[in-house]
Write a protein of this length. Structure first.
Length: 77
């Protein structure tokens, strides 16, 4: 089943990857743009959804090169 997970998160995920930080004015809260949807997909699996995937945009605040772009599309199973 295809799902959508939050793009802005209250804690950064993604091991050593550096997140982009934004500010949610209404909540007066710094938030992080998604590095990977893995943690939210695992929550769905633990909650009883056996086969989930997401095609999404991810953001990593790291260098730019011919092999690396800070914003990219990925599919997570």
């Amino acid at each position: 089943m295809e799902v959508e997970t939050p793009m802005m998160q209250v804690i950064p995920g993604g091991a050593s990857a550096r997140p982009f930080i934004t500010h949610h004015n209404a909540l007066d809260l710094d938030m992080y743009l998604r590095i990977a949807p893995e943690l939210y997909l695992k929550r769905l699996v633990v909650g009883g959804f056996e086969r989930v995937f997401e095609i999404n945009r991810n953001f990593r605040n790291e260098g730019i090169s011919v092999r690396h772009n800070p914003e990219f599309t990925m599919m997570e199973l």
